[in-house]
Design a protein around this ligand. Structure first.
Ligand SMILES: NC(=O)c1ccc[n+]([C@@H]2O[C@H](COP(=O)([O-])OP(=O)(O)OC[C@H]3O[C@@H](n4cnc5c(N)ncnc54)[C@H](OP(=O)(O)O)[C@@H]3O)[C@@H](O)[C@H]2O)c1
Length: 180
């Protein structure tokens, strides 16, 4: 998320991330979630599918997508559920004893923020004015920081004249545990 809790851009029924490119964040995310159940809101599913040629959002994971629309287009490899409880039950039934990852977006985070054990947040040190979807407000007194790793991502393009940095973001991987 950005400094103002920015997480996404929803516009005319299209959904995407703010304008950041963080390959280290993506590879960390892929490593952590592999062989785990992931719970995804329908709009986030569409954001993911718009950015990949694959038809299934994340191979080697149990992809569980929330939608209230019974006629939602079928995408192979996804389990569709109609409620938060069903999402959790499906995850526990199909992958017992595995940590369940909640991939958002804001609507989905809002519900799970009250029951999650861990918050694993990549905080990008920038503001993203184009964003209109925000992570819900967090009551920090409920959480204790257990991991904090700093990174700086530089995405470089090389033109005929040499290197040209087109994006540079400072970010932190911050993991919080719910206080007992
Ligand atoms: N920066 C990040 O890390 C990050 C992560 C995830 C997402 N995002 C961004 O967040 C944005 C999307 O977030 P969003 O809040 O607009 O949407 P969302 O949470 O991804 O999806 C909302 C949809 O999920 C379904 N849903 C929600 N609650 C439900 C329930 N209780 N039972 C059944 N279905 C339910 C509904 O689908 P139907 O309308 O089909 O019924 C609802 O419209 C995108 O821009 C995406 O790129 C960013």
């Amino acid at each position: 998320m950005g400094k103002n809790r920015e997480i996404g851009i929803n516009f005319n029924n299209t959904y995407k991330l703010p304008n950041w490119i963080l390959p280290e964040d993506i590879s960390r995310f892929l490593k952590k979630t592999e062989n785990h159940p992931v719970i995804i809101g329908r709009k986030t599913l569409e954001a993911i599918l718009s950015q990949t040629k694959d038809r299934c959002p994340y191979p080697n994971r149990l992809n569980i997508v929330l939608t209230r629309n019974k006629n939602y287009k079928y995408v192979q490899g996804i389990f569709y559920v109609r409620s938060f409880n069903d999402a959790i039950n499906e995850a526990k039934k199909r992958m017992p004893n595995k940590d369940i990852y909640i991939l958002g977006g804001a609507e989905v985070y809002k519900y799970f923020l009250d029951i999650a054990d861990i918050l694993d947040i990549t905080k990008v040190n920038g503001t993203f004015n184009e964003a209109n979807v925000f992570f819900p407000k967090i009551n920090w007194s409920n959480w204790i920081l257990i991991e904090d790793k700093k990174g700086v991502e530089k995405i470089e393009s090389v033109d005929g004249l040499g290197k040209d940095i087109i994006q540079s973001h400072v970010y932190r991987f911050m993991v919080y545990k719910r206080k007992k």
